[in-house]
Design a protein around this ligand. Structure first.
Ligand code: HEM
Length: 774
């Protein structure tokens, strides 16, 4: 409390609104008139104050000076990494299953905790394209009643380096070359491949980037991983080691490489827009939070895997993910800068019941984030920025500094003190303070890692061999593309030698594409059993279609009743319809069917599926001189169909997306050379039925059987895709030499129960509790 002779400033917001006033948005601009920053109303903001109409500007023009001064300083430094991001607000609801392994209150039964999530790319600058090949950040701030908890993860479960001291090296190698500052947001260049081929612990993360995980379809369909191992403590003081996972309810989906490239040009904000549009449409993205729970043994190993090595994952078949709660993102930020840009995360923001481990990468991160934010956010008080504020009482004894918002009372911001009656008090055990888990530490001061960190390639082989052939093709193509963009042959050869160690056929395919011989393997790699859970293509894929986008193609003379029916059915299924026609405005001149896209403005990447109600006759703007897409020579020449529609259908086909069409659209399909009966291509008589079929097909995301296999590819003989149904595929658990009868871990692969018993409810292994269905 202030002393009787003291008074604090009036409690008004940054825009002059009294606290507790009934204003709807007390932090937003107030009043109806334009003012200076200090609230003086202005008559003219369009002309500076001059000595005569043609005269020089006067120094006394405070409004001019304030306006330009503020504009000059609008930008703050972008993040050193993860500069481009998109955020959303939401809520996390716990199932209560976590209560047995941690005292963290927000994981007790049915607790609702507000969250803010920021998704990001790593390499690109703030204005770079969304769909580049890169790792994605997945950072979540839980505003818990015990203080903020940040889970600062990625969409890839392993990292490039084992020790944080190498972070500047990997980032310098991956960022644009320092001389010309190109290429932007790309790993397809010499310095990246130079580093990862020399620093072999980077090989696992690199292969994940070369896989479909490097080009997610949307933020909504990404998995998230805490990467490091964390230590949890329960009410009985028992500890366990865990790895955090976010499982997207919509399934894990990726783009094809061609889609990613098209999107980077046609809609560089693709992922940002998708997230915001889905939330606006009420298709709230959601994830389940889960943990792999492992015994806290002295050696911190599990099944031969060193849990402190962040370049290694623990296969879900050995330790299933057990679900703790569900997060739903249900609101877009009001202001990008105030929220998404100014939010700060830190893996050191922990709550009682969750602690860090000695993972040397995590240890460096604990230093890095608070350090970088000091510069990025311009001073030490960034925890007071609205998006970063705790929803728990703060009494921190931190004082002063740039942008101090608090008006601290008292005279003794130190402990111990008697002058402020000893306040604030340290928290007694019963009131749940954060207490680090007491773990023994010993050893010599060394710059070294344990021998259990030495194997860098066996999990690379495991990852590759856990993928379906279609996914493996994409990996091979990505390596060939990226190394093909390098100029330095020694770099390519060194990387090829690592691929030869991982998988000979993969190395052969890439070497063929590069026109290089297959080198000797760089080393001998131990065989590790595949982990089918790592594949995105599952035996049963029936994911929800909420928020998916269906293009409805129609011409002016199309049956408008069918177009309306199609739109209504798409909306009823929770998806978004986009009517695509030859021109803007309304279809057939009738005001009731609004056209969302024209053949000029659209591109196939916008749609998850297509419903062609009719063909579209060549429009007046379908001249190559006006729209180069009209000059695309693909498809069967047909003067009755706009060539851009042929291109649209052809691209959707190539990207293995579902297409339904009504009889009036037969000419368009014929022009594209595509027949009904091909996997994922269906002809229906009625729009309602067509939408129903599309919903079924979209559950599997793509028509996997349509992906071509190259006969020049030495791996093409491994044809293991079943042809049971239009969009079906072989069970992902059914790799060569494996038992295909079950996707659950077989008992023989379960680890020996450790001497420490797991707490009830959540188990070390798959014995009790909820088993992940992923
Ligand atoms: C020693 C290794 C690492 C260092 C030094 C480091 C450093 C940084 C820095 C400086 C930022 C920018 C933060 C800001 O300006 O607010 C950042 C952001 C981020 N880092 Fe790391 N990082 C490391 C490893 C990792 C790892 C292993 C992960 C994933 C598990 C990760 C995930 C993220 C994410 C998601 C962001 C973006 C946070 C946001 O959206 O604001 N980082 N990192």
């Amino acid at each position: 409390m202030p002393n009787p002779d003291q008074r604090a400033p009036e409690t008004v917001t940054a825009t002059g609104c009294p606290f507790g006033a009934s204003a709807v948005a007390p932090r937003s601009q107030q009043g109806e008139f334009l003012t200076t920053a200090t609230g003086t109303r202005l008559r003219d903001s369009d002309h500076s104050l001059k000595a005569g109409r043609r005269g020089p500007t006067l120094l006394q023009d405070h409004h001019l000076r304030e306006k330009i001064m503020h504009f000059d300083h609008e930008r703050i430094p972008e993040r050193v990494v993860h500069a481009r991001g998109a955020g959303a607000h939401g809520v996390f609801t716990s199932y209560g299953t976590g209560a047995k392994i941690t005292t963290a209150r927000f994981l007790a039964e049915k607790i609702e905790t507000p969250v803010f999530v920021r998704f990001s790319t790593v390499l690109g600058s703030r204005g770079s394209a969304d769909t580049v090949r890169d790792t994605r950040g997945f950072a979540t701030k839980f505003y818990t009643e015990e203080g903020n908890y940040d889970l600062v993860g990625n969409n890839i479960p392993v990292f490039f380096i084992q020790d944080g001291i190498k972070f500047p090296d990997v980032v310098h190698a991956a960022k644009p070359h320092p001389d010309r500052e190109i290429p932007q947001a790309q790993s397809a260049h010499d310095t990246f491949w130079d580093f990862v081929s020399l620093h072999t612990e980077a090989q696992a993360h690199t292969m994940w980037n070369m896989s479909d995980r490097g080009i997610p379809a949307s933020f909504r369909t990404m998995e998230g991983f805490g990467v490091h191992t964390f230590r949890l403590t329960n009410a009985d003081g028992e500890t366990c080691l865990v790895k955090f996972h976010w499982k997207p309810v919509a399934g894990v989906h990726s783009m094809t490489w061609e889609e990613a490239q098209l999107a980077a040009g046609a809609d560089p904000d693709f992922h940002r827009r998708d997230l915001a549009d889905a939330i606006e449409a009420g298709a709230f993205p959601s994830w389940e939070l889960g943990v792999q729970v492992m015994p806290d043994t002295q050696d911190e190993m599990f099944e031969g895997i060193d849990l402190l090595d962040p370049t290694k994952l623990v296969p879900e078949e050995l330790c299933p993910v057990q679900l703790l709660g569900k997060m739903t993102l249900n609101a877009n930020p009001t202001n990008y800068f105030a929220e998404t840009e100014q939010v700060m995360f830190n893996p050191g923001h922990l709550v009682p019941g969750i602690d860090v481990t000695n993972d040397p990468l995590l240890q460096a991160r604990l230093f890095s984030y608070v350090d970088t934010q000091l510069t990025r956010l311009g001073g030490p008080n960034f925890a007071q920025i609205p998006i970063n504020r705790a929803h728990a009482p703060v009494n921190d004894m931190l004082r002063d500094g740039f942008h101090q918002h608090a008006v601290h009372t008292g005279q003794a911001p130190y402990r111990p003190n008697s002058i402020d009656a000893g306040n604030p008090a340290e928290t007694p055990e019963a009131q749940r303070p954060f207490v680090e888990v007491s773990t023994p530490v010993s050893g010599e001061k060394v710059r070294a890692v344990p021998a259990t960190f030495d194997d860098h390639l066996s999990q690379v082989r495991m990852f590759y061999r856990s993928l379906t052939p279609v996914e493996q093709d994409h990996v091979a193509a990505a390596y060939t593309f990226e190394l093909g963009k390098c100029y330095e042959n020694p770099v390519r050869e060194r990387q090829l030698a690592h691929l030869a160690a991982v998988d000979t056929d993969l190395a052969k395919t890439v070497a063929t594409g590069l026109g290089l011989p297959v080198p000797e393997p760089s080393t001998k790699v131990a065989d590790v059993e595949p982990s089918p859970a790592l594949s995105q293509v599952k035996a049963e894929m029936n994911f929800p279609v909420d928020g998916r986008i269906v293009g409805i193609v129609a011409d002016d003379d199309a049956d408008l009743a069918q177009v309306k029916k199609a739109s209504a059915a798409v909306e009823k299924a929770g998806m978004t319809p986009f009517v695509v026609a030859a021109h803007g405005g309304h279809l057939g001149g009738k005001k009731d069917v609004v056209i969302d896209r024209t053949l000029l403005t659209t591109r196939s990447i916008e749609f998850d599926a297509l419903l062609a109600v009719s063909a579209i006759a060549p429009a007046p703007d379908s001249a190559a001189a006006f729209d180069a897409k009209a000059g695309d020579p693909s498809g069967v020449p047909n003067s009755a169909v706009d060539p851009r529609l042929t291109l649209l259908i052809g691209e959707m086909y190539r990207h293995c997306k579902a297409i339904a069409f009504l009889p009036e659209a037969e000419a368009a399909m014929a022009a594209a050379g595509i027949e009904a009966g091909t996997p994922g291509i269906v002809q229906e008589k009625d729009a309602d039925k067509a939408v129903g079929t599309l919903v079924d097909l979209l559950g599997a995301h793509r028509a996997w059987d349509r992906f071509p296999r190259s006969s020049a590819d030495p791996r093409a003989g491994r044809d293991v895709v079943t042809r049971a149904g239009a969009m079906s595929h072989r069970p992902s658990s059914c790799l060569p030499g494996q038992d295909c009868s079950s996707s659950r871990p077989s008992d023989s692969r379960r680890p020996e129960r450790a001497s420490t018993s797991p707490p009830d409810g959540v188990s070390w292994v798959a014995s009790a509790s909820r088993l992940s269905t992923y």
